[in-house]
Design a protein around this ligand. Structure first.
Ligand code: HEC
Length: 183
């Protein structure tokens, strides 16, 4: 007698049969239909190598990274001021991955960011983990100095990072903040 595992799968009850039919139809629907450039109505056209170059151009180099990091640096600061430690931890993680993606695009930038990545960011991260507002202020300042040190090393000393004085994102204190939403 053949073992159950070797028997071909043929659902007998109508519900299983229906489920399998729907699954098969969905798989068929996922098959990509080849389109030519005129039909696609997209901008990523032409030979494959040109498309790759267009993608690289659109992603941008390190300034695109810095744009994101600058924004997250601002949100991180206000998250600390709000004692919103979850949001602060989230921004630190996103800064780290934005930097890593930037090094993938521009490997020559990585050595100047060593102390930022290996010391300043992890130190601030531990202040956030400890939920310590005084340590946060201290290490946020150290992080800022580290941003500027790299800018100086990269010939970008004129791009001076300063502690934010306004919120760059529509994100405020948590709703249950005893100080209310005005801080
Ligand atoms: C590799 C070391 C490095 C570190 C660390 C670094 N930066 Fe930069 N930053 C650069 C370079 C290089 C540029 C110029 C990028 C370009 O033009 O390609 C730049 C440019 C900028 C710009 C201008 C971007 C634009 O195009 O308008 C901002 C804003 C910025 N950085 C913010 C920060 C902040 C905030 C930090 C720290 C949280 C930081 N940077 C850390 C290297 C660094």
């Amino acid at each position: 007698m053949p073992s159950a595992s070797r028997r071909p799968f043929r659902p007998r009850d109508p519900l299983s049969f229906l489920l399998v039919s729907v699954l098969l139809a969905a798989t068929a629907a996922c098959e990509p239909e080849p389109l030519d450039d005129a039909e696609r109505d997209g901008w990523l056209t032409g030979p494959e190598e040109e498309r790759h170059m267009a993608i690289e151009r659109q992603f941008g180099g390190f300034s695109a990274t810095m744009w994101e990091v600058g924004y997250r640096y601002n949100v991180l600061y206000w998250a600390g001021e709000d004692r919103n430690w979850e949001l602060a931890a989230y921004q630190i993680e996103k800064i780290r991955s934005a930097m890593e993606n930037g090094f993938e695009r521009r490997p020559a930038r990585e050595p100047s960011a060593a102390s930022f990545m290996e010391t300043s960011l992890p130190s601030l991260e531990s202040a956030v983990r400890e939920r310590d507002p005084v340590l946060f202020e201290d290490r946020f300042l150290a992080l800022t100095l580290s941003c500027n040190r790299c800018h100086a090393d990269e010939g970008m000393g004129y791009a001076r990072v300063t502690r934010p004085d306004h919120r760059a994102a529509p994100l405020g204190p948590p709703a249950d903040d005893p100080a209310g939403g005005d801080r």
